[in-house]
Ligand binder design. Structure first.
Ligand code: TEU
Ligand code: CA
Length: 540
């Protein structure tokens, strides 16, 4: 397999609105990211993914873009973005931006023109259809609730929006639209951006009249064409958000020989705790299912594809609260979860705050929900006369505000995020968890994350080794990675109870990372303490 720079890499995801506010308006900004570059570099990551900072009416916090080449004034200026790219580069950090081109904002000039008249030159940049007997053209539902079709008075037709009404879907079947998107991507690549995280990119080739939302040959054709016209001769890194991908489709997207994407996000593990295909309909976390999913991806993808490894992002509750613990063993658990993920094959992602064990936000007051998905769901259920206690339980567990609470830098006002009242009401439920405290404590989650991130860079076994899941007690997740005469064994006790692990490695295996200070790995049967994790390496 051809060696690439990003095989050593770990990505740090920044949600700028909640990262650091430097001008006292309560909203995080680009200057705030620049100020924290040393901190990010210290963690050892190689790539920074910045979620959308382009001009936006903020209906979906920037995932509704009204101008793709202008930075939204609430975040700063284009000059500050160029400065950020340069300053990051000085520290060996590459910047990737969020590419949101399944849809734009309804306030984008293209849509304003498109909706004005059926004869507009850009009419076909969006998906317009006539209604059927006064009803929407198909019964496709929007991710944020209700029909995916919105009737537009001006021309008496419906436009498609797979997300909010203010996020009309772009029509990728139109070639001039595609050209304009590639130009826009090249604009940013020429500024030094090293790639993109591509929002719901598996939807762009949809055939909506047949009810197909993107699982088509066209999706691959468009992504390949995009690659040919933008990134082909640049050494870029891209990750596609492909919520519907199974292993076979992931290979189509990320096989290096196909010229599409570097890697993809799969969402199977993230869906374990839901049922009936509804994220709000809670199901217990199943370790058995988790093992089955990770094992399948790690063994079946091989050299034919690449997967982004993540516990958290801006759409998910904090995994530590979700599947781990906020209690006594919070730090042990956070370290264990980090270790479990960072020794897998793939590209690890760390979401801001994860590196020092941030937990979910407190979400209580429906009046103060920020996220459009939470607000729409609440309103819909209220109108339906649903059991609102149950609805609130779902929202507390899964709502997107959970991960969007401000970063907790230190113990000062607003945890050092801003002098002013933060833009979002949600607050992390434990103000004592801060970056500053983690940096001061050599046994903190931060230094454990750094150790794993740095180790990957030096280890071909972590980068390229085969994966084998070990047979263990249910609550123990243990695996081996092997490569050219070396074996790394990772043993994780995913429980606050003790569990036994029958040693599978030799007496002279060397302990390279652990959660507690004094693990004894020579015993035949190793008693794993609450959330203990061990990483050992040996020659084979
Ligand atoms: O999310 C894509 C997506 O499919 C969502 O359904 C996501 O899984 C959902 O938020 C979970 O409840 C992307 C972005 O990451 C998200 O922030 C945007 O809101 C969405 O696209 C629309 O651009
Ligand atoms: Ca600000």
């Amino acid at each position: 397999m051809e060696r690439k720079w990003w095989h050593s890499g770990t990505v740090y995801q920044i949600y700028p609105k909640s990262f650091l506010d430097t001008n006292g308006d309560g909203t995080g900004d680009i200057r705030g990211i620049i100020e924290k570059l040393d901190y990010i570099a210290l963690l050892g990551v190689d790539i920074i993914w910045i979620t959308p900072v382009f001009c936006s009416p903020m209906d979906d916090n920037g995932y509704d873009i009204s101008n793709y080449t202008e930075i939204d004034p609430s975040f700063g200026t284009n000059e500050e973005m160029y400065e950020l790219i340069e300053e990051a580069g000085k520290r060996g950090l590459k910047v990737i931006l969020d590419l949101v081109v399944n849809h734009s904002s309804d306030e984008h000039a293209w849509f304003v023109e498109s909706r004005a008249s059926k004869d507009s030159p850009r009419r076909d940049y969006y998906v317009w259809r006539k209604g059927k007997d006064g009803n929407p053209p198909t019964d496709t539902m929007a991710v944020f609730g209700g029909s995916a079709w919105e009737y537009d008075e001006a021309t008496g037709e419906y436009y498609l929006h797979m997300f909010s009404k203010k996020q009309p879907d772009l029509n990728w079947h139109n070639e001039s639209l595609r050209r304009e998107i590639y130009d826009m991507m090249n604009f940013w690549l020429d500024k030094g951006v090293m790639g993109f995280r591509m929002d719901v990119i598996d939807m762009i080739g949809k055939h909506i009249d047949e009810g197909n939302c993107g699982n088509t040959e066209d999706t691959h054709r468009f992504i390949h064409e995009m690659y040919e016209n933008t990134m082909k001769d640049r050494d870029c890194f891209t990750v596609g958000e492909t919520g519907g991908a199974n292993v076979e489709r992931a290979k189509l997207f990320s096989n290096p020989a196909r010229g599409e994407l570097t890697c993809v996000f799969q969402f199977e593990h993230i869906s374990i705790d839901e049922q009936n295909g509804c994220k709000w309909d809670l199901a217990p976390f199943s370790m058995k299912r988790f093992k089955e999913i990770i094992n399948r991806w790690e063994t079946e993808l091989g050299d034919e594809g690449c997967v982004g490894l993540f516990w958290n992002n801006h759409d998910q509750p904090r995994a530590l609260s979700r599947w781990g613990t906020e209690g006594k063993y919070r730090n042990e658990c956070a370290k264990m979860m980090g270790i479990l993920l960072h020794y897998l094959r793939g590209v690890p992602f760390v979401y801001q705050g994860e590196e020092f064990g941030m937990t979910n936000a407190e979400i209580n007051d429906p009046q103060k929900f920020d996220d459009i998905e939470m607000r729409n769901y609440w309103r819909e259920q209220l109108e339906k006369g649903a059991d609102m206690e149950k609805v609130m339980k779902g929202i507390k567990a899964k709502g997107r505000d959970n991960a969007r609470a401000p970063m907790q830098w230190n113990s000062s006002r607003n945890c050092g995020f801003s002098e002013a009242e933060p833009w979002i009401a949600a607050r992390c439920n434990n103000p004592e968890i801060t970056a500053e405290a983690a940096l001061e404590d050599k046994n903190s989650v931060f230094w454990s994350y750094k150790q794993a991130i740095e180790y990957r860079k030096t280890s071909d076994t972590v980068k390229y080794g085969d994966f084998t899941l070990l047979e263990t007690a249910d609550e123990v997740f243990a695996y081996e990675r092997s490569h050219e005469g070396e074996k790394i064994t990772v043993v994780c006790n995913f429980s606050e109870k003790e569990n036994e692990f029958i040693r599978t490695f030799s007496d002279n295996a060397e302990l390279i990372q652990q959660v507690y200070q004094n693990a004894d790995i020579t015993a035949e049967k190793i008693t794993l303490r609450p959330y203990e994790a061990l990483v050992v390496v040996e020659k084979i």
